[in-house]
Ligand binder design. Structure first.
Ligand SMILES: Cc1cc2nc3c(=O)[nH]c(=O)nc-3n(C[C@H](O)[C@H](O)[C@H](O)COP(=O)(O)OP(=O)(O)OC[C@H]3O[C@@H](n4cnc5c(N)ncnc54)[C@H](O)[C@@H]3O)c2cc1C
Length: 254
């Protein structure tokens, strides 16, 4: 599929939902309608929040499939973690229904690449789940699915989990693995970080027949890549989108 060219878009907020205590979902209608591949992002223009009152730009993965429509119109969703005093997230959160933001879209090479005969393991922490939601609900995924598709999602506590029901419906009970690093008593799912899950389930993963997609915290991505390399996974089978880099010495909590 040819990569769509980025254009300037004006996106009108038409719905807003709180998904977890610090994650919001925003639904936009855009003008013009722009084609994108599942996994690509919007570069949002944050007006006047930079040094000397200049505009800033912040990237947000599109969390919905390219085929999403509402009332016959093409729409897209973002899934945004609110960062304290973060200009980008505070700006997006401040917009009221009916107000618009501007951005450039679509950007990015982190897209679902169908590969015959290969499994896919999607690994996310936090809002890193956004591009995977776009991928697994897309037409290209439906038409050309992997041999098996598993989404491994890491968070701290149960209230941080995102899109549980819809992803379980889509991927099946075994296709969604939720790993909690600080679970409350009674949590029935996996206890530990995504890296712990990979180590504990090493014998079940067909390492060299799988495409690995990693998204979220850079510290998690670095650690996962070390595990993959140790299991003989080739670079070409590792696809990544780093949302932010770890500070020196920082490890990932999930
Ligand atoms: C390609 C790409 C796609 C992205 N898509 C998304 C997305 O879909 N949803 C999303 O919430 N963010 C996403 N991000 C991160 C986003 O671009 C911003 O960095 C983030 O929203 C913080 O911006 P800010 O201006 O509010 O705060 P800033 O002042 O720029 O950031 C403050 C600090 O917050 C931390 N931080 C940044 N992003 C996150 C995060 N997601 N979770 C936890 N801590 C974070 C970092 O330590 C950062 O240094 C993406 C980043 C990239 C590069």
């Amino acid at each position: 599929m040819e990569k769509p060219k980025a254009v300037t878009v004006e996106a009108r907020l038409i719905a807003k939902k709180t998904l977890t205590p610090d994650v919001i979902e925003l639904l936009y209608e855009s003008e013009p309608v722009f084609p994108f591949q599942p996994g690509q992002f919007v570069s949002v223009i944050v007006p006047g929040r930079g040094p000397g009152g200049r505009d800033l730009r912040r990237a947000y993965s599109i969390a919905s499939a390219p085929e999403l429509t509402r009332a016959g119109k093409s729409v897209f969703e973002l899934c945004v973690k609110l960062v304290e005093n973060g200009p980008g997230t505070q700006y997006l959160d401040s917009l009221q229904i009916g107000e618009s933001m501007k951005g450039l879209a679509p950007y990015g090479d982190f897209v679902y690449k169908p590969k015959a005969g290969r499994h896919a393991l999607f690994i996310a922490t936090g809002t890193g789940i956004a591009p995977f939601r776009s991928m697994v609900f897309s037409k290209v995924y439906t038409d050309q699915p992997p041999v098996s598709g598993t989404l491994l999602f890491g968070a701290r506590v149960q209230s941080d989990l995102l899109y549980t029901e819809e992803l379980r419906d889509r991927l099946g009970a075994n296709g969604l693995v939720q790993a909690l690093s600080r679970p409350e008593p009674g949590w029935q799912g996996f206890r530990g970080r995504v890296t712990d899950w990979l180590r504990e389930n090493a014998s079940k993963i067909v390492w060299t027949e799988t495409e690995f997609y990693l998204c979220g915290n850079g510290a998690m991505i670095d650690e996962v890549k070390q595990i993959l390399t140790a299991h003989g996974v080739e670079k070409a089978s590792i696809h990544q989108e780093v949302y932010y880099k770890p500070k020196p010495g920082e490890t990932h909590a999930n």
